[in-house]
Design a protein around this ligand. Structure first.
Ligand SMILES: [Zn+2]
Length: 267
């Protein structure tokens, strides 16, 4: 899940998070507390309340993730760091989010960005590696682009959240999407584009968003090219229009090509 915090106190919250994450600034007199483990891994500045050696594998993978996302989407090179806040237990994570982001609905992991660098929050669950890849994908996108439509943001995060070896053929969405297509039960791209609130993103919206990302990355070369041009316009702050319109212009029989892509897609 990705959230852009737009209220006026967000900067203050952000500073509080960075300055004294474990001891919220109640008294103000104490010097800033450090997290028990802090280290930098590529563009990710990690802060944790437990020893990060216990999840060194998934953390080191994030450097490859950053490279893969940037390459696949031809993103401009960016140097904006991303802060990663990791908690040893769900309860500590839950308390922390409740304390600093009381208006944010509870999710197992979060990406939050205001005007400063993006922030990823997660706890050491069995799904930590998936959560880190999903939320860090949001962070990588928002470090390079001034905006990303919600459906595309989530579709890309769903695409990159699986281990690299499973991205092309092994995403759990794939078999369910194929069934959904047989039953004409997918969400059209135009409708995905009109979804503006994270609360309106259900499993069907996530799956269909993932499917359009998969189609653009592994379907007709024109689709991938158009996605890169669309993101390039976004990066240059040229109004990019709707990706659905741009794809339809490049690929006249777009819907047929989209269905054919998945009916033929086997390992
Ligand atoms: Zn997400």
């Amino acid at each position: 899940m990705a959230l852009a915090i737009r209220n006026s106190s967000a900067t203050a919250v952000f500073l509080a998070v960075l300055l004294s994450p474990l001891q919220p600034l109640r008294g103000q007199e104490k010097p800033a507390a450090k997290w028990p483990d802090e280290r930098r891994i590529g563009p990710f500045i990690c802060h944790a309340d437990f020893n990060l050696n216990t999840c060194a594998g998934p953390l080191n993978e994030l450097v490859e993730l950053q490279r893969d996302v940037a390459q696949a989407l031809e993103l401009p090179h960016n140097v904006e760091p991303v802060h990663l806040f990791l908690f040893g237990t769900e309860q500590t994570y839950r308390d922390y989010i409740h304390e600093f982001f009381p208006n944010v609905p509870y999710r197992r992991a979060l990406f939050i960005k205001e005007r400063g660098p993006g922030m990823v929050f997660a706890y050491a669950s069995k799904e930590l590696d998936v959560d880190l890849r999903h939320e860090s994908t949001h962070a990588i996108l928002h470090a390079a682009l001034p905006m990303v439509p919600l459906w595309l943001d989530e579709g890309l995060a769903e695409y990159f959240e699986v281990p690299a070896a499973d991205r092309v053929y092994g995403n759990p969405h794939l078999p369910k999407l194929k069934w959904g297509m047989l039953l004409h039960n997918t969400v059209p791209l135009k409708r995905l584009e009109s979804t503006g609130r994270i609360e309106d993103m259900g499993i069907s919206q996530y799956r269909s968003s993932w499917a359009w990302v998969h189609f653009m990355l592994h379907g007709p070369p024109e689709a991938r090219e158009e996605l890169a041009h669309y993101l390039g316009d976004t990066a240059n702050r040229t109004p990019p229009g709707l990706l659905s319109d741009r794809l339809a212009q490049r690929i006249p029989d777009l819907e047929t090509k989209f269905s054919a892509h998945f009916s033929q897609w086997n390992r």
